[in-house]
Design a protein around this ligand. Sequence first.
Ligand SMILES: [Zn+2]
Length: 693
Amino acid sequence: MTLDVSKVSAGHLERDAYLYVRQSTVRQVFENTESTERQYALRQRAVALGWPEERVVVIDCDLGQSGASCVGREGFKRLVAEVGMGRAGMVLGLEVSRLARSSTDWHRLLEICAMTDTLILDEDGIYDPAHFNDRLLLGLKGTMSEAELHIMRARLRGGLLNKARRGELVCQLPVGLVYDAAFRVVLDPDKQVQQAVRLLFETFLRTQVARQVVKYFREQKLLFPRRMRYGPHQGEVVWRDLQLRQVICMLHNPRYAGAYVYGRHRTRKLPDGRVQHRTVPREQWHAFVPDAHPGYISWEQYQTSQQRLRESALAYGADRRHGPPREGPALLQGRAICGRCGSRMAVRYHRRGDQLRPDYLCQIHTLQSAENPCQVIPGAVLDCAIGQLLLEAMTPMALEVSLAVWQEIQDRQQEADRLRRQQVERAQYEADLARRRYLQVDPSNRLVADSLEADWNQRLRALAEAKERYEQQQLADQSMAKQIDRERVMSLVQDLPALWNDPKTPSRERKRMLGLLIEDVTLIKREQIIAHVRFRGGATRTLSLPLPLNAWQGRTTSPAVVTEIDALLEQHTDGEVARILNQRGLETGAGAPFSSQSIRWVRHAAGLRSLKQRLRAAGWLTTQEFSAKLGVHYSTLKEWRRKGLIHGRPCREGGAWLFDPTQHHPAPKSTSKSLSPQQDHPHLAKPAAGGAV
Ligand SMILES: [Zn+2]
């Protein structure tokens, strides 16, 4: 191939030539040295064109970077900068269009080259981007290169996806699953690994809370296997403390349910070159082959776990949906459903005396719009009734349940013990192995013998630690076993009602017991509270409860006393009635003496009319009305009243007077002041005096 030397001018030669060397993957860097050699051979061309060897600058710091974007490619950026500042007379590259595989990067470089009069050289020839034809050619090269990258990737991806759809693509397996020699997925033949994984799933199915699984493993001092994904020990299994993140990952991984899946996650490149991972719903998975290989749980169990995890996640959301039991006393926390709109009801507490009382309220749809809640249902009576219902339901099956619980506690302890014993056995095995290795080595090979001896010592220490851990835990188990002895469990059953009603039983436990039996309760408030209870087994019960009384209703006065009050009110003010009742030794519903205030409450509650209402109904007139009727001034009325010429009385103590219009004696011109001395001070008058006509 001949080079069009005429394009190179003295102006170009005054500046440096830049050789850009790029390899796209680390593997290429190591294996594809031939291409590297070709790239360096370009340098000789620059020399042939007239550049002194020391003026050919090599930029090769992008080794191992892909050309797909210039982000993170310091070498490419430097090249652009040098060209932009007019320091480059020529840019050299093997298939220059691959300098930048994204069109935008490439066209930008061309633009800058054209502006600064920089030549471009590759194996095919020499180009001047300032010339239209060269520019067109270079642009095409860039487009082709980008298209090629795209097709290559698509082809590769298509092949992968096809394989994945058939469930044949070999992917990294989570711990507990391995490929056998024929590349079939099998459970890890290492029994210890297998049992640890099994225990994890069993513990979750039992507790339903991922955090509890971690807690259990920590409490029992059990380690959990983890397969190293990177580093010098890649592929090896190490035993470490269990982490919550690992539990969550495992619970979400369908491979433990024996399903082959591919494409649960999507990656997306962000503008700054970082990669974002995102989990997609099942409909979008590339491949899903159920029952593809053996697993640790069934597909149904997997789905239940997913449901639980979703619910737990929701429990942290704004509306605190059906989550795990919390500390508060509201029995139906997370289980109450609004019968009007179908939403989960939230719990709110209010204080009554020294008790916390729950209210169930449906406010999900009204929270944002700040409207009143859809329904608010007082929870105290409801909780009581549900508790009663539960105790009734528990009686026949109480024995069975308790026995199952007892058995489970036993099994769990034995299982944990077995796993811990295996940890000791493994440590023992490794120590023995190290010992054998040490004994087999040629003693004259000091270096090897020393390191093997050190290894042996280390194994022995690990063994001692494992033994110690095992013994400690065994002691702890024994004291546990004493605490939960059979008799105690049995007595718990018989004492279930007592246990349930015992104020010392934590609310969380009560709710957990409830959760074992009741799925949810739908609540509707009408004249009564209607509660539709759905049991776990599918049975339903409907309770209807009276609306609970308000605080003052709860301490209501007995009906007999109310009748008495009604009679007295015919002639007496509230205060007078209170005094009369107190003289008779009667008490309010709350057990306190009566006051005008409490009489007013009773009147209000029982719908009794006050003295004033009664007198007005009987035609009695106010001071204004009476003075208008008689055509005299207030002060005259007052005078007449004092003299007993007209009959009136205050309708409450210190209040306005009412007058009986039928009792009217035309006033004499002069009267003696002492006509009716006891009425001079009506406020001091005996209660009966005013009313007696
Ligand atoms: Zn509602």
